[in-house]
Design a protein around this ligand. Sequence first.
Ligand code: IMP
Ligand code: MG
Length: 180
Amino acid sequence: MEKDIQEILLTEEQIKTRIAELGKELTADYARKDPIIVGVLKGVVVFYADMIREIKTHCEMDFMWISSYAGTNSTGKMEVKRDIASDIKGRHVLILEDIYDTGNSLDFTYRHLLAREPASLKICTLLDKPSRRIKPVELHYSGFTIPDYFVVGYGLDYAEKYRNLPYIGILKPCVYGGEE
Ligand code: IMP
Ligand code: MG
């Protein structure tokens, strides 16, 4: 698995430090608001588990699972595979996502949840890859801005693999048939 990684972009230590910083911000911003933290499956799982433990105020957990119709590529056409279970009307909701790339997923998730009339709706993403943006959304919290590399690990996958790497690494292009 590790042999497919060209370079480590973000180490476990860097991720941990940044999440602790974000945690301080989120703790201050959501104190006494009893937010519902909605994780977008599956890529967010590792980030979600680490992030909520740095939020030192009451919060509730929920998840939604979305995917694009065409499979791997961001086609812009999304479907809900599993919806949230909570009633979010009048509640403070924070969306947690692994990566903001074209924006199709976050745009869809944001609109989907906004329609249920939450008291507030904000977005926190671990990674922001601005170079391929199609649908811009307002990002309220972001861990790292990264260049246009295909990255894996810490929850992010290529063809469902590499999610269990503890760091974020650049995948060797030869693995997905790209140029070396
Ligand atoms: P979007 O293009 O902003 O809709 O990004 C949607 C999804 O594409 C993310 O939630 C990831 O699952 C996936 N994705 C985008 N860029 C990468 C990457 O560099 N590595 C792994 N998954 C990615
Ligand atoms: Mg994802």
